[in-house]
Design a protein around this ligand. Structure first.
Ligand SMILES: Cc1cc2nc3c(=O)[nH]c(=O)nc-3n(C[C@H](O)[C@H](O)[C@H](O)COP(=O)(O)OP(=O)(O)OC[C@H]3O[C@@H](n4cnc5c(N)ncnc54)[C@H](O)[C@@H]3O)c2cc1C
Length: 452
């Protein structure tokens, strides 16, 4: 059974005659711990009808490039295999998802979709809800606690959302086992791209191919599961004290998998809770409270990816200091090409460009310095969103928009006033040196640059 708080009807249409139930997979690109897939199977079985799963590849998605498309397609390759095992047909089209879902709905009894929080994802769902002749049911499966249940408004900080989440968390910690569909749909005569020919498919995709495939991370649920198993076994115990050291790899690497919905945050939570590890509290704070605070921000604040979305006190203090002289000012190209005077910043930028994932601790320093070395806070904002969305495998995500906003004071408190930053928290290389050896970090990245 799927909890009712995870279910939302996006239109008032009635079920109609049709050949199948349609699950339009979009934000939850997995077959395990996927409440939307489970709801679809239960629905299909209750009507004794087959289920079709559809995914639309949008080549015009903002910042679509070889890096994020190959990671996504690796995940969908596994989705297809797993659906075949369940007797479910997977339909993959090179088409805008909302257009594809609307077209396929002509023969569907009902359409089910997973919940998405970003502007474009909500626009797609609105379009389909208004343009199909049957119900569109949205199922929330990419958060542990459904976002509107945790809070009905934009939260001020982790301190304000944490008690709200914790109060109801236990009622959502329910394992999810998939039912099997009664009726198979594999022989349905609907065209689909051949995802088994992954290399050919990738070659045919019309996206920016200058952003290369991330060398160390392969997409897909089974990859995500092997990373988390390794992390729990070898790193979770020391996560709390070592995660802020970019020279030691003590993070879980879950962010790209969470971004594409290739792994479920509920599944991760259940796995972590099974352990007796001293690191589990810190990890769940990041995975649940911080991550769901980020989603809360983009869900309730439509200007989440621009300076305008910031709290008034942040905008006011940064604007007051906008004309303060800057020791260094770099253009977007200089930042992009890692051509600043600062070897630590350049190393962080190179780590992101080359590996597709900058260490979490360096992301804070990286963001703060772009504020310090740009013409204005508005320009800095644009540069950070552009670089983060283009190069991070986990970019274009609630956490990225909120991470950038955090650099400008969002979810933080005012600090002592200073040049350029006003009351926004400042970071410098002395702070890095107190935590770890940034020269060793820069050396490691530069060696990586040379060998790749
Ligand atoms: C300027 C800036 C940009 C960022 N851009 C992104 C981004 O594009 N995508 C992204 O997923 N995260 C982003 N973050 C947040 C954080 O740095 C990453 O989530 C984390 O480094 C991902 O690596 P991991 O999964 O190995 O982390 P782990 O430490 O192993 O964390 C596990 C999970 O907890 C969550 N988490 C961890 N740290 C945070 C945090 N600070 N805020 C919210 N959730 C968190 C993530 O879902 C993460 O996958 C950004 C932070 C900053 C300051």
């Amino acid at each position: 059974m799927i909890q009712k708080e995870r279910i939302k009807f996006l239109n008032q249409k009635k079920e109609k005659n049709g050949d199948f139930i349609l699950y339009w997979m979009q934000s939850s690109q997995r077959t395990e711990y996927n409440h939307a897939l489970e709801y679809s199977i239960i629905k299909a079985n209750s009507l004794n009808k087959p289920l079709i799963v559809f995914f639309g590849l949008e080549e015009k998605f903002p910042n679509a490039n070889l890096r994020n498309f190959s990671f996504m397609l690796e995940g969908l390759y596994e989705v297809n295999k797993s659906l075949i095992g369940l007797g479910i047909k997977f339909v993959l089209w090179k088409k805008s998802p909302q257009i594809g879902a609307t077209e396929l709905s002509n023969d569907a009894i009902v359409v089910i979709v997973d919940k998405g929080y970003q502007r474009i994802e909500r626009q797609w769902r609105n379009y389909v809800a208004n343009n199909i002749e049957c119900p569109l049911v949205e199922i929330e499966t990419n958060t542990v606690v459904p976002i509107e249940e945790a809070s009905k408004k934009e939260e001020y900080s982790a301190a304000t959302i944490r008690p709200k989440i914790n109060k109801i968390l236990n009622s959502y910690l329910i394992p999810l086992e998939l039912n099997r569909p009664i009726k198979k749909s594999l022989s349905f005569d609907i065209d689909s791209l051949d995802i088994e020919e992954l290399d050919n498919l990738l070659k045919s995709i019309d996206v920016d191919k200058n952003v290369k495939v991330a060398p160390d991370l392969i997409g897909g649920t089974s990859e995500a599961k092997s990373h988390i198993d390794f992390f729990i076994k070898n790193k979770l115990d020391r996560y709390d004290d070592l995660r802020n050291n970019p020279n030691l790899d003590y993070l879980s690497n879950m962010s790209p998998y969470l971004h594409f919905g290739q792994i479920s945050p509920l599944f991760l939570t259940m796995k972590i809770l099974e352990t007796e590890s001293p690191g589990k509290e810190s990890y769940l704070e990041e995975l649940i409270v911080r991550r769901e605070l980020s989603i809360n921000y983009i869900y309730y604040n439509n200007a989440y990816d621009s300076f305008e979305g910031l709290p008034d006190w942040c905008k006011r203090t940064l604007e007051f200091h906008e004309k303060d002289p800057r020791e260094y000012i770099y253009s977007i190209k200089e930042f992009e090409n890692a051509k600043t005077h600062d070897p630590y910043w350049n190393a962080a930028q190179k780590e992101m460009v080359l590996k597709g994932k900058m260490h979490g601790y360096m992301r804070m320093y990286w963001g703060k310095k772009v504020i310090e070395w740009s013409n204005s806070p508005r320009e800095a904002y644009k540069i950070l969103i552009y670089l983060n969305d283009k190069y991070e495998l986990d970019g274009r995500d609630a956490n990225g928009y909120t991470g950038v906003a955090w650099c400008f004071g969002k979810h933080d408190r005012p600090w002592t006033e200073r040049n350029i930053f006003g009351n926004i928290r400042y970071m410098n290389d002395k702070g890095l040196k107190r935590k770890f050896d940034p020269d060793a970090y820069a050396k490691k990245i530069n060696e990586y640059t040379v060998s790749n």
